[in-house]
Write a protein that binds this ligand. Structure first.
Ligand code: CUA
Length: 190
């Protein structure tokens, strides 16, 4: 029952339509902003979503195949390609310290053994999520030499904030000399 003097059904319809339109415009602006950010980071920072899915068996990870302990760390292939293999587990990276060259393409291949982890190397675009059962891989190159911290950036349990590794970025000549030396590319004494 309509009270005398109260706005009729048509007047309240108008208010509702105006409110909906304001929200539609606001959401449109937010979507446009997110798309613009994706285009900007894609073009300016060369970041991109993962392009393929590669799986690995978590149960046999440490027993055989690519991610056995002796195969982790940095390798310089006979074709000159630099590959870093690492695994993440509660609450450490294996290896804890990684040696890479500056100004050369470096391919990371990594996975997790127990739960979701992730890492980012300093302020570079070397950044990925690590999911048990999947191999995360990307290729990047480091512009600056020096040591960078590599923290886990996915909450993985009570020890998450203490989970981090180190990355030593060496000048290319020094890296190549170290790769060919007897000591190999380890940066922590074993
Ligand atoms: Cu591993 Cu957080």
């Amino acid at each position: 029952m309509t009270q005398p003097g109260a706005p009729g059904p048509h007047a309240s319809d108008g208010v509702a339509v105006a409110a909906e339109r304001r929200w539609a415009v606001l959401v449109g602006i937010v979507i446009a902003l997110l798309v613009a950010m994706m285009i900007f980071t894609g073009l300016h920072w060369a970041s991109m979503p993962p392009s393929r899915v590669e799986t690995v068996d978590v149960r046999t990870l440490h027993l055989r195949g690519e991610f056995v302990e002796s195969n982790l760390g940095t390798t310089l292939g006979s074709d000159g390609k630099v590959t870093v293999r690492l695994i993440a587990q509660q609450y450490s990276f294996l290896p804890q310290c990684i040696v890479v060259p500056a100004e050369m393409p470096v391919t990371f291949r990594a996975t997790a053994t127990d739960t979701i982890h992730g890492f980012v190397v300093g302020k570079t675009n070397a950044n990925t999520m690590l999911i048990p059962g999947f191999v995360a891989t990307f290729t990047t190159s480091f512009r600056q030499t020096g040591e960078q911290l590599m923290p886990c950036h996915e909450y993985c349990g009570t020890g998450h904030e203490a989970m981090w590794g180190r990355v030593q970025v060496l000048p290319p000549a020094e890296f190549l000399a170290k790769a060919r030396s007897a000591g190999g590319l380890a940066c922590v004494p074993r």
